[in-house]
Design a protein around this ligand. Structure first.
Ligand code: IPE
Ligand code: IPE
Ligand code: MG
Length: 245
């Protein structure tokens, strides 16, 4: 009788170079404890701190975190306002810790929709950390992949209409240059917490060949050990990119 193949053992050298996380489950974490949703978001910010530190320790070159989507504006006004308040607090209080950890912070999303003081804090935080090279930390705020793709399409369409760009010159590389992630490598691994198994408008173009790992842990409970487990799962996968492996 043929024996079942042994699971591939994790290759400790096989990346990932870019881990992206859909940080989900703050509300359910709070609900399970009879607390208001904002308490879950607060604990979620603590998890961000742990995971950024953990990513540095695990020598992951790039970490991208989905913090607020273009669709999250549809939540009740008081929750949106709590989230924006936490974001302000995070940008001001965490920047020194990020800087000490050698992290370069970049915010990805439509800044036009954010309050002026938050836009200023983002610019200050990016400026303060821009020369750091140990770890890239991208935080997606007011980010939606469809919005991003439409913006890129509009920019290119205008250039074509003005006669500055032949339509035939629009290939994947040219298109990527107009995305908010221009110049960044695509995520190798996307982790979503809280048991939901969907993309929710996150990096649709960039995740074309990402490995997806869904974990039941709610985001406020997520830590370095969960990150390590997801990376171990990633290393057991065979990436084929449409080929035969
Ligand atoms: C993730 O937690 C944080 C944001 C999307 C802003 P949720 O707030 O979505 O938590 P659940 O999904 O309701 O548990
Ligand atoms: C995705 O989570 C967005 C972020 C983590 C910022 P949501 O909680 O908004 O996604 P859905 O509504 O469950 O798809
Ligand atoms: Mg959610």
């Amino acid at each position: 009788m043929p024996t079942a193949p042994l699971p591939a053992s994790p290759d400790p050298t096989a990346g990932p170079s870019h881990v992206a996380i859909i940080m989900d489950g703050n509300g359910r974490w709070a609900k399970a404890r009879g607390l208001p949703r904002v308490a879950g978001h607060r604990r979620g910010a603590d998890a961000v701190r742990r995971v950024v530190r953990g990513a540095g320790e695990l020598k992951i070159p790039m970490l991208t975190l989905f913090a607020f989507s273009t669709e999250n504006w549809t939540r009740p006004a008081d929750e949106v306002s709590d989230l924006m308040g936490l974001l302000r607090h995070y940008l001001r209080s965490e920047i020194e810790e990020l800087h000490r950890n050698g992290a370069r912070l970049r915010v990805i999303g439509n800044r036009g929709g954010l309050a002026d003081d938050i836009v200023r804090d983002i610019a200050d935080a990016e400026q303060r950390t821009h020369a750091n090279a140990r770890l890239d930390v991208n935080i997606c705020i007011n980010y939606g992949a469809r919005d991003e793709i439409l913006q890129a399409t509009r920019v290119l369409a205008r250039k074509v209409a003005a006669g500055d760009l032949p339509a035939e010159a629009i290939d994947e590389q040219r298109f990527e240059r107009e995305l908010l992630t221009a110049g960044m490598p695509d995520p190798d691994l996307v982790i979503r917490t809280s048991g939901e198994q969907r993309i929710s408008n996150f990096l649709l173009w960039q995740c074309a060949y990402a490995e997806l790992v869904f974990v039941d842990t709610l985001w406020p409970d997520f830590g370095k050990e969960h990150l390590e487990q997801a990376i171990a799962e990633f290393r057991r996968r065979e990436r084929r990119y449409g080929g035969v492996g």
